[in-house]
Design a binder for this molecule. Structure first.
Ligand code: ATP
Length: 353
């Protein structure tokens, strides 16, 4: 049986009168990769620290494989941890850093040698096992930290912004590596980040946190395409939120009726979620959900052009034009007809949390 099932129930944690975690419940399946995503101060690290045992919640329950963990000290939880700042021992070489958790567990030396070698091979650092930590690059240090976290095959791996100290290219490369590693080793992983792209790339499910509460828990695709509130929609990606009006025949934007993917709730005040890559703007057939926009400027971005437009009501929006598109680039001042397919048209209401 696969282990590493996590069940978090009604966790509360306050610092004075400030609620850092406010009634958090979350079930994680064995082998699942769940990301805690949210802005600074939303409670991600506090929740991870509760799971690790570095923070004791005021109330609530944390079960791992059916065993209550709340009162267990961190070293009894047998969890692998990777931090942003690596937390390696600078005076030891790579081998001894990775061997450390095994020595703590009194593993016999021949096993230590084999398992450290295996863990270093997994993160492609086998050739550097005799190097001092101070002689490694940021990406190499993070690989060593990862090898140290997985060498004793924990049932649960916790990672707190492990890639945020790396530059963009290396970070994107390591995201793919971590994802592949997770698929190979299959250990339950709880990952903290405030980077939406990272969360979308890596996770089986994402828990979006705000003010110590989980506002949406879902697959990356649903979080992006079917946000459940204004906060999640505007936090994910480059999003514009357009206010819509309601009358007896449904919702409207700029005087035209909207055809929607799903029927919205009956709440009066709603927004249309618009992402640049979902807006279509060329061809002249009749389409649903059309609106005219006047081009403000056109900016070259390398992989595409970004075209900003003013919509009725003075709302500004941008669209992209990929280099592969044959349509000519519009000029500032030109009017374009934009449309949003009904399946990409989602309304959201205000977040209650
Ligand atoms: P970041 O992305 O900036 O790391 P986060 O989502 O991980 O943010 P937490 O570190 O969990 O946020 O903090 C949640 C809130 O709890 C913050 O407002 C923080 O200031 C507060 N907090 C955390 N630890 C303490 C503490 N020991 N004493 C008082 N307040 C704390």
């Amino acid at each position: 049986m696969k282990s590493g099932a996590v069940s978090i129930r009604q966790i509360h944690k306050s610092y004075g009168i400030f609620k850092a975690l406010d009634d958090i419940s979350l079930d994680i399946d064995p082998g699942e990769f769940v990301t805690l995503l949210g802005p600074s101060g939303s409670g991600k690290t506090t929740l991870l620290n509760v799971i690790a045992g570095f923070e004791r919640p005021d109330s609530g329950s944390l079960m791992v494989d059916g065993v209550e963990f709340i009162a267990k000290p961190p070293h009894r939880r047998d969890l692998g941890m990777v931090f942003q700042n690596y937390a390696l021992f600078p005076h030891m070489d790579v081998f001894n850093n990775v061997a450390y958790p095994l020595k703590l567990r009194k593993t016999v030396p021949s096993d230590i040698r084999d398992r450290v070698k295996q863990a270093l091979d997994v993160v492609q650092m086998g050739h550097l096992s005799a190097r001092r930590i101070t002689e490694l690059s940021g990406g190499q240090k993070q690989r060593v930290a990862l090898a140290r976290a997985i060498v004793f095959e924990p049932r649960l791996l916790l990672m707190d912004e492990p890639l945020s100290a790396l530059d963009k290219n290396l970070r994107e490369h390591m995201q793919i590596e971590l994802k592949r590693l997770h698929l190979r080793l299959g250990m339950t992983t709880v990952y903290v980040t405030h980077d939406q792209q990272e969360a979308l790339t890596m996770s089986d499910r994402i828990a979006v946190l705000r003010n110590g509460r989980i506002v949406q828990l879902d697959t990356p695709q649903n979080i992006y395409d079917r946000p459940n509130c204004h906060f999640v929609a505007s936090f994910m990606g480059e999003t514009r939120m357009l206010p819509v009006t309601k009358n007896s025949r449904g919702y409207h934007f700029a005087g035209r009726p909207l055809k929607l993917a799903q029927s919205p709730s009956a709440v009066e005040k709603q927004w249309l979620v618009v992402r640049p890559e979902r807006l279509c703007w060329y061809g002249d057939e009749e389409h649903d959900n059309r609106v005219e926009g006047v081009v403000v400027d056109v900016v070259y971005r390398g992989d595409s052009h970004s075209i900003s437009l003013k919509l009725p009501g003075d709302h500004e929006i941008s669209i992209r034009r990929a280099p592969t598109e044959s349509t000519p680039l519009p000029e500032p001042g030109q009017t374009l007809t934009l449309w949003l397919k009904p399946e990409a048209s989602v309304l959201v209401e205000e977040t209650s949390a």
